[in-house]
Design a protein around this ligand. Structure first.
Ligand SMILES: [Fe+2]
Length: 250
């Protein structure tokens, strides 16, 4: 396992024991993809759908993280690195800053297809990783990790956490006059995505001040999300957030 320049996150790095996944687990993956794809083909942003092809996800088999990294690395320099589970902020940000996405290797079981309290490989890979094939998004994510790694003030970290939440986790974008989803939480959850599509959630134009002051609630369906117009906008928002919260941009 390559650890590169990682230090804080080393204790969390594991190997993905791909051969140990059971036929039932591959079948659950396949079922999860079957439940999400029809809606995403219509409502996911085109960068997500392109990325899905680029990283070579197969609908009927769990993803091999090593193969994904081999496809992503030449394109955006990102890799999809297996970790043991939840990581403290410092270790998580260190990995993002090194263009390594911490990815869990366990998969939910058949009884919790719609929701897991902690991210699993479906949320992490199906939800997040296709966007890492997009150059601007990929740069944004690395920059986010680099900036957050240097922040110790809890209040500032919480505000930056909101920027992450309302983009990487629950972001939506307007494309050709239509609302499309790109955040992993909306991509991977049928309930959240349906809520957005059916107008169960207010959509405001992305405004940095509003995003930074909108509290994250993890235990209920979203009532407000923020639509960007292009991925350049989140990169620019990150620079503006640095100036606003830290006094200067890196
Ligand atoms: Fe996530």
């Amino acid at each position: 396992m390559a650890t590169g320049s990682l230090t804080l996150s080393v204790p969390y790095l594991v190997e993905q024991k791909y051969a140990e996944y059971t036929a039932e687990q591959h079948a659950v993956w396949s079922e999860l993809v079957r439940r999400r794809m029809p809606q995403l083909e219509q409502h996911a942003c085109r960068e997500y759908l392109d990325g899905y092809e680029v990283i070579g996800l197969q609908n009927d088999r769990l993803p091999n993280l090593y193969s994904i990294s081999n496809r992503l690395r030449p394109r955006t320099g990102w890799s999809t690195t297996p970790v043991s589970g939840f990581m403290p902020g410092d270790a998580f940000f260190e990995m993002l800053a090194d263009r390594q996405f911490p990815t869990t290797t366990w998969l939910r079981d058949r009884n919790s297809l719609e929701y897991t309290p902690e991210p699993d490989i479906f949320h992490d890979v199906f939800g997040h990783v296709p966007m890492h094939a997009h150059a601007v998004f990929a740069d944004f994510l690395q920059h986010y990790g680099k900036v957050c790694a240097g922040v110790k003030d809890e209040e500032i970290r919480e505000k930056l956490g909101r920027l992450f939440w309302y983009t990487v986790e629950f972001g939506v974008i307007r494309q050709n006059g239509k609302l499309k989803v790109y955040g992993s939480g909306v991509i991977s959850s049928h309930g959240e995505c349906t809520n957005v599509i059916n107008g169960g959630c207010a959509i405001h134009d992305f405004d940095l001040d509003e995003v930074l002051s909108t509290t994250v609630k993890v235990d209920e369906m979203h009532k407000l999300l923020f639509a960007i117009e292009s991925f350049d906008q989140i990169y620019e928002a990150m620079r503006a957030a640095e100036i606003k919260l830290l006094g200067s941009a890196q």
